[in-house]
Design a binder for this molecule. Sequence first.
Ligand code: NIG
Ligand code: FE
Length: 414
Amino acid sequence: MKAIINLDQLVTCIHTTSKAKRGPEMNDVGVISNGAIIIDDGFIRGVGSTYSLQKTIDKIPKENIIDGRGKIVIPGFVDSHTHAIFAGTREKEFAMRLQGKPYMEILLAGGGILNSRKTLMESSDKEIIEQTRARFDRMIAFGTTSVEVKSGYGLSTEQEIRSLELLKVLSESHVIDVQKTFLGAHAVPPEYKDSKSDYVSLVCNEMIPIIASKKLAKYCDVFCEKGVFNVNDTERIFETAIANGLELRLHSDEIESLGGTELACALGARSVDHLIAITNNGLKALEKCETIANLLPGTSYSLMKSYAPAREMINRGIALSLSTDCNPGSCYTESMPMIISLACLNMKLTPAEALNAATFNGACSLGIQDRVGSLEMGKEADLLLLDMQSYEAIPYHFGINPVLKTMKYGKWID
Ligand code: NIG
Ligand code: FE
């Protein structure tokens, strides 16, 4: 048994139901002053004030107790949208974007995602694993204990399966909890430039059945965007995904709105992601369903674009989560504290709303909220010890790493 006691704040992010927080609920992070948390065998065994847990604390050997004075504990971050398995980086394109070249123009000229596809194909398994492992290590250091990772730089049956198999190898050997998503429809490969529907057929008839039968992914995602996959393509892929037992997530309204959000809501997607260009119809659809709006303010920052209308979403009672989008093109960061800061400063979320969106609601969007995402009795002990006195300091003191120690499943990670 171990414990952390005398914390300035124990921030539980606890919710009364296992549904995502919405509206005013997003402002409640469940702060316990002079808090303590007791952990045994990977699980949380006690949550409360140090005073209320004193009897149990007295039975724990002194060397297993951390004095948390001047510090806080929060749940581990759940980063529910990343493309973290890739090879090489694209800083040359970043420099071009700084000169004014649009992201989509780079992609449609054969760069962008297609550039990363080439590098992935030319890289060995060992290179891909080593580079991705380094990203997972950085995520753990910055407090992410559960992460969703998408394929999507393979864009052929062989390379998409290879990416997901490498991800499986990595997830079995790394402490971070990985949730896998198949994103074969991330870009149209050049060999299908004039026959996009044949590529969609390949995704539906070959990739999805194999990936589902090998259980290589839990989710299916599509990049629904002008010049990439339209709403009809998305519907074909999603119907196949559902028939094969995959759940849905969608890149939607990132640059232009095509109606993907409405489709995803109608089909019961777990999340719709980006939503910078969401329309009133999209907002109306989200209002009426359980689909979570997964916002990625790091992408707006890195693409130098506007931000999703987060305040309006919260006012309309739409559930929000926050993620990094960690990828080599539109947003290269592993830092959830940075994302929380951007969400507060540029989308006007309160620190409490942003923290709930980065923990409990992220877990809801991945369907893992019964295990992780908040600090409550019986849940897995995924938590962060932060060098600050209040959770409001997370967005306030930006550009640093506030995480002193990350605990995953009851163990401190060095
Ligand atoms: O979420 N938009 C599509 N996918 C990623 C970017 C991937 C890349 O550029 O490599 C995104 O922004
Ligand atoms: Fe993305």
